[in-house]
Design a protein around this ligand. Sequence first.
Ligand SMILES: *[C@@H]1O[C@H](CO)[C@@H](O)[C@H](O)[C@H]1NC(C)=O
Length: 213
Amino acid sequence: MANAMLLITVLLSFLILPFSAVALTQDFCVANLSRSDTPAGYPCKALVSADDFYYNGLADAGNTNNIFKATFTPATVSQFPGVNGLGISAARVDIGVGGVVPLHTHPAATELIFVTQGTIVAAFISSDSNTVYTKTLYKGDIMVFPQGLFHYQYNIGASPAVLLVAFSGPNPGLQITVLALFANNLPSNIVQKVSFLDDAQVQKYKSMFNGTA
Ligand SMILES: *[C@@H]1O[C@H](CO)[C@@H](O)[C@H](O)[C@H]1NC(C)=O
């Protein structure tokens, strides 16, 4: 009987291990950021203290003096190594009056936003039918954006908006569509081909986002 239980436990461990290797074998694995990240997270650092599980980098408003009038301030594993291996991380988004977090995706996490100030419109677009799921959010509202889907937020109020963000992974990633298209050295004729924009539009946006022709 004891042997059967042991066998079941061992078998279950193998089933579960690939998804939560850290949780089963040790309480935590604070990232050693001087090592390389891996698909299973960073290797653990040796000496850990309470400071590793604490971060105050979201306390202050981010600088929204940029083309988007918005700032994303991450508390993901690179800034907050204590979340390594825990399947969670955070961020703060400040959106000035008239500001926008343009169409973007986090390839590796679902995102949940909590509006703590201001009024925004937020939406995501499904990948199967390109259906737009859009809502107006007021202070205190939350909304979830499923992993990997394109989404955006913009401020429709008369004052700055602040969102607290929870991610379902320690390293959600961030890719912004206009930057992927225009903020690099992708040749203009290729951008035209893959975006259906004309040359004048591509030149305008490359110059706006510091891409090279
Ligand atoms: C982090 O990794 C480096 C390189 O392997 C090692 O020298 C260092 O001692 C590690 N730091 C901690 C705190 O574990």
